[in-house]
Design a binder for this molecule. Structure first.
Ligand code: ATP
Ligand code: MG
Length: 434
């Protein structure tokens, strides 16, 4: 993409409405714009990141055996009346009436809809286990939308639903998702602490929240420091059930439930930190299958209510969480896996014909090699270009100026470390994979 024609509206000043770093940087770097409280437009740069996160989430769901579907955002109130949650969900639910006076709603989650899908089409234990997911916009009329897209009212979630014949099989499905979540967050370059959670409005008895460590997190966590080492060590290859159970047995609690006098972890091994919840998984058994009559025939021909779990990842919240975990005073520092472009190409002297010809060539070479590149070909001073590129946070900056070119060199800057190295153009291109 050439910056001269890109829609990437950046802001020099810190917007007054933004309280946390990620929100400030997302507005300043031109990733999002607000349209009403908690509702945002995703601009080109932000949308590219959102898509990349979505794709990593998708790949790890597929790898774990879940199948992708797409359920609608608008649901009928009837299903929620059946499960008993229509009243219980309260004011967070956006309720809509259609032209025929039928009660509808903008889905805050999809347990009811997927249970209805299941009961219509799955009749036998032989069709289990089944795990269905979708990546779809949700609406929750949060009391206090804040921190930009981190607590929005409209937000993108990956949610999936597992169906099993009995509780043991349900637990296996749950653990598969638990591992898929650890893998997903590791691929995003994040340390996620799985914290034992209450099952709350969804009900049931087994639940973990995945929390990213960041100073602006809404939760305060206490956890065994062994979790940090454990996760990194256990993420390659197949993971034995005992390993998962060992990890799940390590202490991690939210402040409200942490009792310092009865904590099983020695002070020396206990860590405390703020966390941002980026994922939440539940095993709730037959809560919905009983109330909504979702049953399959078992091996003996008798009808059995199916055992269910549900699993959510805040895809749009992750954009903010990633920035909270990866930034400096100058802007965002994207991990390569989710960066909107891998390389920023800076032409320091657009008026210089030789410099511009070289930059145009580099731009073509990188694109031909499949390297995603944002080309700053604007006719303006170098200072502004450096500032914008640092703000945008692309992992690599390839800096090309007439003086260097005379000596046959360009500069390659690593955004994360700030290191700038002079090298030949060929070496720079090789380093960038072109
Ligand atoms: P929270 O406690 O933050 O309100 P929740 O328990 O209501 O979260 P779930 O219903 O488990 O969240 O939803 C799954 C995931 O969706 C959460 O882990 C979070 O990452 C994301 N999420 C929930 N609410 C919002 C929101 N208002 N804006 C952005 N993402 C959200
Ligand atoms: Mg909530």
């Amino acid at each position: 993409m050439r910056l001269s024609s890109a829609f990437m509206p950046t802001l020099k000043e810190n917007p007054a409405e933004a309280q946390v770093t990620s929100h400030r940087l997302m507005l300043r770097a031109g990733l999002i714009r607000q349209t009403s409280a908690g509702i945002y437009i995703w601009l080109p740069l932000g949308l590219r990141v959102l898509h990349k996160i979505e794709q990593i989430v998708r790949e790890e769901q597929d790898r774990a055996g879940a199948q992708e579907i797409l359920m609608p955002t608008i649901q009928s109130a009837e299903l929620w009346q059946e499960s008993g949650r229509y009243e219980a969900y309260g004011k967070e639910m956006l309720r809509i009436t259609d032209r025929h006076g039928r009660e509808m709603l903008y889905g805050p989650t999809n347990e009811e809809m997927v249970t209805d899908l299941f009961r219509g089409d799955v009749k036998s234990y032989k069709d289990l286990p089944l795990n269905l997911y979708h990546i779809q916009w949700k609406f929750r009329d949060e009391v206090r939308p804040r921190f930009g897209i981190m607590r929005g009212r409209e937000f993108l979630m990956k949610d999936n639903y597992s169906f099993d014949i009995d509780a043991d099989a349900g637990r296996v499905s749950y653990n598969k998702m638990y591992v898929a979540y650890l893998r997903t967050f590791a691929r995003l370059g994040l340390v996620a602490i799985p914290v034992r959670a209450d099952t709350g409005a969804i009900g049931g008895d087994l639940s973990h929240e995945f929390q990213i460590l960041a100073d602006t997190g809404e939760s305060t966590l206490y956890y065994d420091k062994a979790i940090e080492d454990f996760e990194l060590a256990s993420l390659t290859g197949d993971i034995a059930p005992e390993t998962i159970e060992r990890l799940q047995s390590l202490y991690a609690m939210e402040e409200e439930k942490h009792d310092p006098d009865n904590c099983p972890v020695d002070d020396a091994d206990l860590r405390t930190a703020k966390g941002i919840e980026v994922g939440h998984i539940f095993f709730f058994g037959t809560k919905y299958s009983e109330s909504m009559n979702a049953k399959v025939t078992g091996p003996d021909g008798k009808l059995i209510p199916v055992e269910m779990g549900s699993y959510g990842i805040g895809v749009s919240r992750l954009v903010g969480a990633l920035i909270e975990a990866n930034h400096d005073d100058n802007g965002i520092i994207w991990p390569e896996a989710v960066a909107p472009y891998k390389v920023g190409l800076l032409n320091l002297r657009v008026g210089d014909a030789a410099c511009t010809a070289t930059c145009d060539d580099i731009y073509l070479s990188l694109r031909n090699a499949g390297v995603e590149v944002l080309y700053d070909d604007r006719d303006m001073g170098a200072g502004g270009k450096f500032a914008d590129m640092d703000l945008a946070g692309l992992p690599w900056q390839l800096i090309v100026g007439p003086r260097g070119l005379k000596n046959g060199v360009v500069e390659l800057k690593c955004r994360a470390t700030g290191d700038r190295t002079e090298m030949s153009l060929d070496d720079a291109l090789a380093k960038l994979g072109a």
